[in-house]
Design a protein around this ligand. Structure first.
Ligand code: BDR
Ligand code: CA
Length: 318
C-alpha cells in the first residue's frame, strides 16, 4: 500500500537526496513539498527543491509550497559554508522557471492532514517553523496525521552547528520544542547520522563511477560537504541525515533499534540554544512520546542510496 507523504524541507545538501528517495520510492506517494527557512537563502531552497523534483520527473505532480522565511522568534545564520553557496555544492544555481504552488506551506500541511485524516505522513527535514505553525492552526494535527518523522537534535552527543545543538533545532528551537511536546514524533538525530548515516568518500566515488544523472547530482551536492568534513574532521565523507530519515520511513525494516523517551529542547538564547535533552533514565516527569531511532542496518541504508543513484530505484533490494 502506498502511503501519502508531505515533506517539509530547507532544500540544500542532502535534503535533495531525501527528496529523490521519496520521489523514486514506490511505497510512498509524495503529495507536496513545503519549504522552510534553514540551510541557505530561502529562494535558493525553493529552486533547489523544484530542480530536484524536476530531475526525478515529478515536478508536474508534486506542488512546492513556500513557507516561513524566518524562525518563529529568533535570528539565525545559514550554512553555505557547509553546503556551498546556494546549497548544491557551490556551482549549481538552478532557475527552473517552475511556479510555486498557490498558498502558504502551513496551510498546505493542514489541508493535506484534514483532507485524508490518519493517512498522511509528514517528514520534517528542516527547522520546524512551518510544522509548529501548522499545529497552532490545527490543534488536532497529531490525530489527523499518520506518522511524523523529524531529522533533528543531537541526543547525548555534540551538536554540529554549536557544541550544544544540531542545526535544525538550533535554527528554530522554539518550534522544535512545540513539535516535540505536542506531536508523536519518530526522531533521527545527529548522533545516529554520525554513527550510521555517513558515507565515506571511496564509496561515494563508486556511485559516481556509474555516471548516471542521479549519481552525478549526488557528487555535485556533496563536493563542498566532503571538503568541509576533511577540513573539520580530517575525514573524506558526507553525512546524509535527511536521506537516512526518508530511507527509514520508506523502509521501516531499516530500523534495528528504537525506544520512546521524553525529549525536550532548550529554546533559550545563549550557549545551550537548541540543546536536545533525552531523558534516557526516566528521571524527569516528562511524558515519553518521542520514538528515537537508535540504530539502523547501515549496509542496507548504503545499498538503498546506491540503488537510488545507480538504478533510480531505492527499493530495488528492499
Ligand atoms: C540538518 O541540517 C541541515 O544542514 C541538513 O539538511 C539536516 O537537515 C543536519 O543538522
Ligand atoms: Ca535539511
Amino acid at each position: 500500500m502506498t502511503r501519502k507523504l508531505v515533506i517539509d524541507t530547507d532544500t540544500a545538501g542532502d535534503d535533495t537526496q531525501a527528496l529523490l528517495m521519496a520521489a523514486l520510492a514506490d511505497s510512498v506517494d509524495l503529495e507536496a513539498l513545503t519549504v522552510v527557512a534553514g540551510n541557505v537563502e530561502f529562494d535558493y531552497e525553493v529552486e533547489n527543491a523544484k530542480y530536484t523534483l524536476d530531475m526525478a520527473g515529478v515536478a508536474d505532480e508534486v506542488p512546492v509550497y513556500e513557507g516561513s522565511r524566518s524562525p518563529l522568534v529568533k535570528e539565525f545564520d545559514h550554512v553555505d559554508h557547509v553546503h556551498g553557496e546556494g546549497g548544491l555544492g557551490g556551482e549549481l544555481f538552478p532557475e527552473t522557471g517552475i511556479d510555486s504552488a498557490d498558498g502558504h506551506a502551513v496551510d498546505a500541511i493542514v489541508a493535506a492532514a484534514r483532507e485524508s485524516p490518519g493517512e498522511v505522513t509528514l517528514a520534517c527535514i528542516g527547522p520546524l517553523t512551518n510544522v509548529a505553525l501548522a499545529l497552532r492552526r490545527e490543534p488536532d494535527l497529531n490525530d489527523l496525521l499518520d506518522e511524523v518523522w523529524v531529522m533533528g537534535g543531537a541526543l547525548a552527543t555534540l551538536g554540529n552547528d554549536t557544541p550544544a545543538a544540531e542545526f535544525n533545532f538550533w535554527v528554530d528551537p522554539d518550534a522544535a520544542k512545540v513539535v516535540l511536546n505536542e506531536l508523536d514524533v519518530t526522531l533521527v538525530d545527529w548522533g545516529l547520522t554520525l554513527r550510521q548515516g555517513t558515507i565515506g568518500g571511496a564509496r561515494l566515488d563508486e556511485f559516481t563511477e556509474a555516471d548516471t544523472p542521479y549519481a552525478d547530482f549526488c557528487a555535485e551536492i556533496t563536493s563542498h560537504a566532503r571538503a568541509f568534513s576533511e577540513e573539520r574532521f580530517g575525514t573524506d565523507a558526507a553525512t546524509f541525515p535527511d536521506t537516512l530519515t526518508l530511507a527509514c520511513l520508506v523502509n521501516p525494516d531499516l530500523v534495528e533499534e528504537a525506544e520512546t523517551y521524553f525529549v525536550d529542547v532548550d529554546e533559550r538564547e545563549g550557549m545551550t540554544r537548541g540543546y536536545s535533552l533525552i531523558d534516557e533514565l526516566g528521571i524527569t516527569d516528562g511524558e515519553p512520546r518521542t520514538r528515537v531511532v537508535e540504530s539502523v542496518d547501515e549496509a542496507a541504508f548504503e545499498r538503498m542510496v546506491g540503488d537510488m543513484l545507480v538504478h533510480a530505484d531505492p527499493e530495488r533490494s528492499v
